[in-house]
Design a protein around this ligand. Structure first.
Ligand SMILES: *[C@@H]1O[C@H](CO)[C@@H](O)[C@H](O)[C@H]1NC(C)=O
Ligand SMILES: *[C@@H]1O[C@H](CO)[C@@H](O)[C@H](O)[C@H]1NC(C)=O
Ligand SMILES: *[C@@H]1O[C@H](CO)[C@@H](O)[C@H](O)[C@H]1NC(C)=O
Ligand SMILES: *[C@@H]1O[C@H](CO)[C@@H](O)[C@H](O)[C@H]1NC(C)=O
Ligand SMILES: *[C@@H]1O[C@H](CO)[C@@H](O)[C@H](O)[C@H]1NC(C)=O
Ligand SMILES: *[C@@H]1O[C@H](CO)[C@@H](O)[C@H](O)[C@H]1NC(C)=O
Length: 514
């Protein structure tokens, strides 16, 4: 799963691993001398091990460079003519948006309504791809600012026998093949999605850039609802969240896709049929946590306020969920979120937590979206666990989900005060300032905490958060939540605005509050 660019960052660490193993066996020898005789032989083994270890270390350190010289990151320039071909793409440009061909599943009937979702992310003359419709739409707006459409080929000869599904799954599954067969130039990835999928393309490019597009990759995410994964499969990327297939994999897939579609005629969805076919080729799913199928009911708030440390790639099922921001339409909510995303794509929804130890307050920020203020000390473990603001997709139950959740407390003093992003602006060339205003999550927050600490928290009407531009290179490193500092606690003025600063964490820095 490691791409070449990730190997670069971790190049020095795999030497350490070479050193670790001999020590492990040494420890084992030392720990288990059961009797004296055994001990003597153990001693001999020990001496032998020690000598070979020394030898090994000498060889390793003298060969330090030749060990890593099979990677292209060798510090010493040398003329090696027998490089394996995968290392020969030295000068190849980084993956960019032009290398992605989108294939969006739509239908003539719903396209007029759903088009608004793709308009949010489609960039004319930048993004490449088509929405695939079952027939020509009635109103053809041939404006260039919309995603162009294609009409899918006839699929009436294919088998489909899922009693609770729709035949259109066959047509959707073939979008990948039809996209491939357009034969467009310089395509590295085919990205599939629904007409109600919102892609965050800058982050999609960063995520796909981690993988070598010359190899066979299938990248995407699972459903959030365990029941869905149980019924449809854990091994597949859910189509609404979007998934990516590298060019060489697509090339193999199109050879067999039509026969797979017939073979997996019982499968409900197109994503499942495609995965059935990929499993015949032997390519497993590479999971990326930023793809969001959003197989949930209610409000996605809890999930998005405790997003995993991974770039946001997609959101789906928006029209089945409550609007992201209170008192806003779904589209306006998305526009607001995208406004922040455009200012700093890598930082959108990234969570940080910090404590005001003067007042024993806890603060959690989901950048560009929401902030929670707790007038108590809440563990980082709890702060990063999603509030249960939703139910499962199929049965509308309280779980289980593929991540942990926590219930709101009966005791209102344990629940946070909610703030939502109100505006974002650039401050300097590579910083942003975001403001979060107090706003109830739901209109029925009638039962309020009477405690004096809580009253002090309620008096805070807004927060200012300053952050540097998130360097996308960080996504090629080991993930770590960023740190947050209280610059000014806003205590000096009545209803003051606390100022927070988000930054990368220092070494040995943790939010452990003592
Ligand atoms: C590499 O090969 C080129 C031509 O074959 C030669 O000019 C150059 O000196 C060589 N470099 C090294 C470091 O051996
Ligand atoms: C993406 O890279 C290709 C080279 O593979 C280049 O021709 C193209 O201009 C780049 N596109 C963008 C938008 O940077
Ligand atoms: C897209 O490119 C075409 C041809 O280069 C140009 O005529 C058109 O104005 C561009 N459209 C937009 C929205 O930039
Ligand atoms: C909701 O929005 C409307 C208009 O956008 C505004 O008049 C109203 O005060 C808002 N309500 C709340 C509770 O913020
Ligand atoms: C904060 O909590 C600590 C430990 O629970 C306690 O000793 C301290 O008095 C508290 N401070 C305030 C201002 O409440
Ligand atoms: C919060 O940030 C905004 C935008 O940077 C700024 O105009 C405002 O003065 C700040 N508020 C406070 C209280 O510092």
């Amino acid at each position: 799963m490691l791409s070449l660019s990730t190997a670069r960052e971790t190049g020095s660490t795999f030497n350490n691993q070479e050193f670790n193993n001999p020590f492990k066996s040494l420890k084992y020898v030392l720990l288990y001398p059961t009797n004296f005789l055994k001990f003597k032989s153990t001693l001999a083994i020990f001496a032998l091990t020690f000598i070979s270890l020394l030898l090994f270390l000498v060889i390793i350190s003298s060969n330090r460079y030749s060990i890593i010289s099979f990677s292209r990151y060798d510090a010493i320039p040398r003329n090696i003519t027998t490089f394996p071909t995968i290392f020969s793409d030295e000068k190849e440009e980084k993956t960019n948006i032009s290398h992605i061909l989108f294939g969006i599943g739509g239908s003539a009937k719903t396209w007029n309504d759903r088009r608004h979702y793709s308009e949010l992310w489609w960039k004319p003359n930048v993004t490449r791809g088509f929405v695939w419709l079952d027939e020509n739409p009635e109103t053809t707006t041939s404006s260039e600012s919309f995603m162009p459409y294609r009409v899918s080929g006839d699929t009436s000869d294919f088998k489909y026998s899922c009693s609770y599904g729709s035949r259109s799954a066959v047509r959707m599954a073939r979008i990948l093949k039809e996209s491939f067969e357009l034969g467009l130039e310089n395509v590295r990835w085919f990205v599939m999605g629904d007409d109600d999928t919102v892609f965050f393309t800058e982050n999609l490019v960063v995520v796909l850039g981690k993988y070598d597009h010359n190899q066979m990759y299938y990248v995407g995410g699972n459903s959030e609802s365990v029941e869905q994964n149980v019924i449809h499969s854990y091994s597949m990327a859910y189509g609404g969240g979007g998934f990516a297939v590298s060019y060489p994999l697509a090339a193999e897939l199109v050879r067999v896709l039509d026969s797979c579609i017939n073979r997996y005629h019982k499968f409900f969805g197109s994503d499942q049929k495609v995965q059935g076919c990929l499993s015949e080729i032997g390519i497993p799913l590479t999971r990326e946590l930023g793809f969001h199928q959003l197989d949930i009911r209610g409000h996605s708030y809890g999930l998005l306020a405790a997003h995993p440390v991974a770039p946001l790639v997609s959101l789906h099922h928006i029209n089945h969920l409550e609007p992201l921001f209170p008192n806003q339409t779904r589209i306006d909510s998305l526009k607001r979120l995208i406004g922040a995303y455009e200012m700093d794509p890598g930082r959108i929804l990234q969570q940080t937590v910090c404590y005001d130890l003067k007042r024993n307050w806890s603060i959690s920020v989901s950048w560009g979206y929401t902030l929670q203020l707790y007038p108590s000390l809440v563990s980082a473990k709890d702060l990063t666990t999603a509030w249960l603001t939703f139910k499962t997709w199929r049965t509308w139950n309280l779980g289980p989900f593929t991540f942990n959740t926590r219930f709101f407390s009966q005791d209102p003093c344990k629940n946070p005060v909610f703030y939502f992003m109100d505006r974002v602006e650039k401050t300097g060339s590579d910083r942003t300032s975001t403001t979060y205003k107090k706003q109830a999550l739901t209109t029925s927050d009638a039962h309020q905490c009477e405690h004096v600490d809580y009253a002090a928290a309620l008096a805070i009407h807004s927060f200012n958060v300053s952050a540097p531009h998130f360097n996308p290179e960080l996504w090629n490193k080991a993930p770590r939540r960023q740190c947050c500092e209280i610059i000014n606690d806003g205590d000096t003025t009545e209803g003051g605005t606390p100022q927070l600063l988000i930054r990368g964490c220092n070494q040995y820095e943790s939010v452990t509050p003592n």
